[in-house]
Design a protein. Structure first.
Length: 115
């Protein structure tokens, strides 16, 4: 009943920028926190950034000052602006939204940063 659709991944050179989007659709009564996570093969999924319903944000130390998370409540969408990308940012990025007090994940989008 609820779906998250991600977009915006791709291949970029080191130092470049990408913007990820994650839009929710379906039977939505309420949306709480939203977040972005990333995962590389053989490692656990890790938090990149999170934004509460009130707009408070927190980030992984590795992306502070380079990545910005934001949300558009009217569009049920969360964004991740990624600047000054590094090869170590290469991963599959997943969005997560708390909708109707349940947790939903996007399908994942590949971000590859070449050196």
């Amino acid at each position: 009943q609820v779906q998250l659709v991600e977009s915006g991944g791709g291949l970029v050179q080191a130092g470049g920028s990408l913007r990820l989007s994650c839009a929710a659709s379906g039977s939505i009564l309420s949306i709480g926190a939203m977040g972005w996570y990333r995962q590389v093969p053989g490692k656990q999924r890790e938090l990149v950034g999170r934004i509460t319903s009130g707009g408070s944000t927190n980030y992984a130390d590795s992306v502070k000052g380079r990545f910005t998370i934001s949300r558009d409540n009217a569009k049920n969408t969360v964004y991740l602006q990624m600047n000054s990308l590094k090869p170590e940012d290469t991963a599959v990025y997943y969005c997560r939204q708390v909708i109707n007090e349940a947790s939903y994940w996007g399908q994942g989008t590949q971000v590859t940063v070449s050196s």
